[in-house]
Design a binder for this molecule. Structure first.
Ligand code: ATP
Length: 288
């Protein structure tokens, strides 16, 4: 597997507070990876470190084969759209593009102009007067027109209405399909992630709780329902979560092999159920 981002025991402290601790992660190249976790899990911290804006306090991280923030060549490889998609309120759309052109050696002026036109944005409009969705689209345009190897997006669709969200993600997918760019996208909207992501990382308390290919994660996790049972499962079947009533047991199980015990009714899971099970699970081994 070629990785576009690789972290070992990455840590970041803010004073005494540890926002990331022992974060170890490999993000495959050429894929869209969804980053999920509860508020305060360390998603923004991880993305900001990967973008080279924030130095880690401990551990190692390599992004596109280099050290984040190590110089202009490294910065050119990474596009970053921060939370709340910040733009310069006093600058016009056209001035944002001019700035993008001056700051980025690989700037694709034709693509930037085409996107702005397609979005119906007025080049003379000040960014401060754009709607939240339009600002997000402007920020995405600047990030992709520099043709990064890796695009880091921190909750880019959080403020968008459902239609704008769908359009934003559609544009992103089109871009990824055309250029093969790697993307790491954080979001609380798991249904959106399910639609666009090949890979998923679940971050809890500054550590990776689960990581892997979405299809494989869904294929290896099942919900088992059957008569109440306390006995352990056969080797190779790992209980992620369990709930019992007086008569019935429901288990969320990870296994590579088929479940043949006839006492269980076996159902597949959606990504949201899977993520929620891992969010509420005490930290055990990391899965990949
Ligand atoms: P959310 O989903 O709410 O955006 P997140 O997963 O992106 O959360 P981070 O913003 O990375 O989480 O924050 C991780 C932890 O670090 C939180 O406990 C947060 O309070 C703390 N933190 C983040 N930035 C700072 C800062 N500049 N100073 C002090 N603590 C910070």
């Amino acid at each position: 597997m070629t990785t576009v981002l690789s972290a070992q025991d990455l840590g970041r402290r803010y004073g005494r507070h540890r926002a990331l601790a022992g974060c170890t992660l490999d993000v495959p190249a050429g894929q869209v990876t969804g980053l999920v976790g509860p508020n305060g899990a360390g998603k923004t911290t991880l993305l900001t470190i990967a973008a080279g804006i924030l130095p880690p306090s401990e551990g190692r991280i390599e992004v596109c084969g280099g050290v984040p923030g190590s110089g202009p060549a490294q910065l050119a490889k990474v596009g970053f759209v921060a939370q709340d998609t910040p733009v310069y309120a006093g600058l016009t759309v056209a001035e944002h593009l001019r700035m993008g052109a001056r700051l980025n050696p690989g700037w694709d002026e034709a693509m930037a102009r085409k996107r702005i036109e397609h979005l119906g944005l007025d080049p003379a409009q000040r960014a401060g007067k754009l709607s939240g969705g339009q600002r997000a689209q402007l920020a995405l345009t600047i990030a992709i027109a520099k043709h990064p190897e890796l695009l880091l997006l921190d909750e880019p669709v959080a403020a968008l209405d459902p239609l704008a969200r769908r359009e934003f993600l559609g544009d992103l997918m089109q871009f990824v399909a055309e250029y093969g760019t790697s993307v790491v996208l954080s979001s609380h909207l798991i249904t959106d992630l399910e639609r666009v992501c090949d890979e998923l990382v679940v971050l809890v308390g500054g550590q990776v709780r689960l990581a892997g290919e979405v299809e494989r994660l869904l294929a290896t996790h099942h919900r088992l329902t059957g008569p109440r049972r306390e006995a352990p499962l056969p080797p190779g079947q790992h209980v992620v979560s369990a709930s019992h009533t007086e008569r019935q047991t429901t288990l969320l199980v990870r296994t590579e092999t088929p479940i043949i015990d006839p006492q269980w009714t076996v159902d597949s899971l959606g990504l949201e159920d899977l993520v929620l099970a891992y969010l509420s699970r005490p930290a055990l081994e990391v899965l990949r």
